[in-house]
Design a binder for this molecule. Structure first.
Ligand code: GLA
Length: 769
């Protein structure tokens, strides 16, 4: 938290920081501009955010012609007009709730990658400063904003609201909000809605995760109903894993005001003098290329600006044991599964839940979390036998843990009942399995326990190269057993001196971040999957420490089309773990052909999650082909630029209509390399009725001048009666055909996705070169 100050000091000594005296300060990324008025002694004002068509002169001329005061860049309680809401409110020791923040100084730090502008605002009455920071990236259209709050009052100050950032959007007539809402096993449902006048609040108060229900990202389309590849769109992502609140206020006199930050409810933060409270970063982007432009910017930023661990690397193809064998782990079953993934051509095997527990074996979800020792009844030769088996098969080995949790039925809980979050004197609220609790990550001893557990696991088993880090519980018991020991600890990343219980929602995550930083410092190369009952922690607060996340516990390929579609709005494909599941699928009972299941999983980081022993010959052959084709296309799929072509949501109105859809419901997306020489297209038919009009699919992101040759991939296998076995299939008639980029993008192609296929859920993958 203090790093930033230190950096400034060092840079100032080196002469790299320029104090800025001009009143207008312009921050720029390749295609966007943010203009602020930082007149000393005045409120810091936000004048413009958009593309580069506006100059400070334009803004100044416009400004002089209207009587409206410009918006404060960080509106403070006690200093705002009636159309603003406070982005910050504190309670000073004497009870005063107001702040009059005035510009004291401006500093800019230029590095090769970004320009960091820091506006120091001082209260006019109390010794309290707020540094409003903007980091403008040089190679990607993202401006991150956050604040650093500090004071020298005699007593602690209570932070009652402390948003990360605020944005004033000038136009407000026809702004649409796009936002992800969902649930467990139904993550990332896309909602688009016109922003009506008044206040709209998006919150998540789960406590330990924040992406299952309402997600901390949004898009605002400024030109009416959102469109995929055109129109002006603002994107915002709050980089925080805890409770948050996004507020959109559209007052009557026009404009939209966005406020984003930690949810202040039950989170008042008591800040001791001279300590710094740093708010999470809010990443903002602006695109004239529609929602797709915003998505591509977030993907590029995540990969190249440190918001996705090892962001520009491709991920391995894996088999995960969970849906194949659940808790029924034995050495033989695990080794058999390793044989299977090696035979499919996969690169990694991951042993999921069920491998641990001594006194209490982990045979279901009601016990053993916390007891991270191998269950030798299941694995008599320990992890070593498994890692050696993996090595012998030339595949990597990964393992599941849920480090922040404990079951009341566990040795850990018997030894340290006080390590679990709880309200002394109140009955415990128990989670999964009827016994699960969340560990108190604010407690430095618990932090050490988690770090040491991971350290021991990895140092004793150096062949482990992958961890699936799960988090299957919300914070339901809002309290600590060890409040006194917790307070004032400089260790563990706590930034407050307070013993107040109501810092838990924040300090939990600071403790978790501290743990992740310590683990990453020692193990920078371990691949870590971020899982929280599926996609409950898909957010940019955690992804800097994780290489990927488990998109959903729902592996039904049809619903996955929707879940992955929504997730792709903000997250890049190499972060999205997508597995080929079983059929009929255990949650929905849906029977989905293996070809469709493969094609859906192949559009992100591919894996398999079923019992290979139960697969038919057809399924085995299709999977082998899918994996081989995927590995060849992997860099394009995992690192290419995403263009969503046809939304699965487009036909929703028809699907709820009594009438059968006349046109086929399709979802299609593609990835294109930076040089536009190669691309991969995925097309899925979601309805399959006789005599439905086929859907023409127009491609995007290609070079209109280039001629592309189409190659069909993961071709559906067919039964060869001559040899009495399943065999490679024939590609469709488009295979080998050439088209100009202009034709593919303007006219588009009718892809063979219908009845000639004589199978439900037809789908196709094409490689374009
Ligand atoms: C969570 C995860 C699953 C699996 C189970 C194991 O639900 O999301 O993928 O790891 O836990 O208990």
């Amino acid at each position: 938290m203090r790093k930033c100050n230190l950096l400034f000091l060092v840079m100032a000594c080196m002469g790299l920081i320029c104090p800025v005296h001009a009143t207008f300060v312009t921050l720029e990324t390749p295609n966007t501009r943010l203009i602020l008025d930082a007149t000393e002694g005045q409120q810091l004002a936000m004048l413009y955010y958009g593309d580069k068509s506006a100059t400070p002169d334009d803004i100044s001329n416009q400004q002089s012609a209207i009587s409206n005061q410009p918006s404060a860049a960080y509106p403070a309680f006690g200093d705002i007009d009636m159309i603003h809401l406070p982005a910050i409110q504190v309670q000073h020791a004497d009870g005063d709730l107001s702040l009059n923040l005035r510009v004291k100084s401006v500093e800019q730090l230029s590095t090769f990658n970004f320009q960091l502008s820091t506006f120091t605002l001082a209260d006019t009455r109390q010794p309290l400063t707020v540094r409003v920071c903007y980091k403008a990236w040089r190679n990607v259209d993202i401006i991150e904003t956050w604040t650093e709050i500090e004071h020298q009052e005699k007593q602690p100050v209570t932070l009652k609201r402390f948003d990360s950032g605020y944005l004033h959007i000038g136009e407000g007539d026809n702004v649409w909000l796009t936002h992800l809402h969902g649930d467990w096993a139904a993550e990332a449902v896309v909602t688009h809605e016109p922003l009506t006048r008044g206040l709209k609040v998006i919150r998540n108060t789960d406590g330990s995760r924040n992406a299952h229900l309402d997600a901390p990202e949004l898009m605002l389309s400024l030109d009416g109903a959102p469109s995929e590849n055109s129109g002006r769109v603002i994107g915002a992502a709050l980089c925080w894993n805890g409770n948050f609140e996004l507020r959109l206020n559209a007052p009557n006199n026009g404009g939209v005001h966005l406020y984003a930050g930690i949810d202040p409810q039950s989170s008042e933060y008591v800040l001791a003098p001279k300590r710094v409270f740093t708010t999470p970063h809010l990443a903002l982007t602006y695109s004239t290329e529609g929602m797709g432009g915003v998505s591509r910017t977030f993907h590029r930023w995540a990969r190249s600006c440190g918001y996705l661990h090892d962001g520009n690397a491709t991920r391995d193809v894996l088999l995960n044991s969970w849906e194949g064998i659940y808790f029924d782990i034995t050495e033989q079953r695990i080794i058999d599964m390793m044989d299977d993934i090696a035979a499919f051509g996969g690169e990694l095997f991951v042993m999921d839940d069920g491998w641990f527990g001594d006194k209490y074996p982990r045979n279901d979800d009601s016990s053993s979390l916390g007891d991270w020792v191998v269950d030798t009844r299941k694995l008599p030769n320990g992890l070593q036998a498994l890692t050696e088996a993996a090595k012998a098969r030339h595949i990597k080995f990964g393992i599941w843990i849920e480090p922040e949790a404990v079951n009341t039925v566990s040795e850990l809980y018997e030894q340290h009942p006080d390590w679990a979050l709880q309200v002394p004197g109140r009955e415990l609220k128990l989670g999964r399995g009827g016994t699960q609790l969340v560990l108190d990550m604010t407690n430095p001893k618990v932090q050490d326990f988690v770090v040491n557990m991971v350290d021991e696991l990895l140092s004793n088993n150096p062949y482990i190269s992958y961890i699936k880090w799960d988090a299957n519980a919300s914070i339901q018991n809002y309290g600590h057993a060890l409040t006194a020991q917790r307070s004032n600890s400089p260790k563990g990343g706590l930034t407050s001196n307070s013993a107040a219980v109501n810092n838990l929602y924040i300090d939990y995550h600071l403790g978790l971040l501290n743990v992740l930083q310590r683990i990453r410092a020692k193990y920078p190369d371990i691949v870590i999957q971020n899982c929280a009952s599926g996609g409950g922690r898909a957010n940019y607060g955690l992804m800097p420490y994780f290489d990927e996340f488990w998109v959903s516990d729902n592996n039904d390929a049809l619903q996955r089309v929707y879940i992955q579609w929504g997730t792709s709005y903000f997250f890049p494909s190499n972060a999205m773990a997508q597995h080929i599941g079983g059929s009929p699928y255990q949650m929905t009972g849906r029977v989905v052909p293996i070809k469709f299941r493969c094609d859906v999983a192949m559009s992100g980081r591919l894996g398999i999650e079923l019992q290979p022993k139960h697969m038919t010959d057809e399924e085995r052959l299709q999977c082998t082909i899918a994996l081989a084709d995927y590995k060849a296309l992997c860099p394009i799929i995992q690192l290419g630029n995403l263009y969503r072509l046809v939304s699965p949501y487009n036909d929703q109105s028809q699907m709820t209509n009594v009438k059968l859809p006349e046109t086929q419901s399709v979802a299609a997306l593609m990835y294109v390399t930076d040089d536009k020489r190669e691309a991969v297209v995925f097309a899925y038919s979601l309805t399959n009725f006789m005599k439905q009009a086929p859907r023409r699919i127009r491609f995007a992101g290609l070079d209109p001048e280039k001629v592309y040759t189409l190659e069909e991939k993961n071709i559906r296998v067919q039964y060869n009666h001559a040899i009495g076995a399943w065999d490679k299939g024939e590609p469709c008639a488009l295979h080998g055909k050439q088209f100009t980029g202009a034709y593919l993008m303007s006219v588009g192609l009718l892809l063979p996705l219908s009845t000639e296929y004589t199978q439900d859920f037809p789908s196709r993958i094409f490689y374009l070169k």
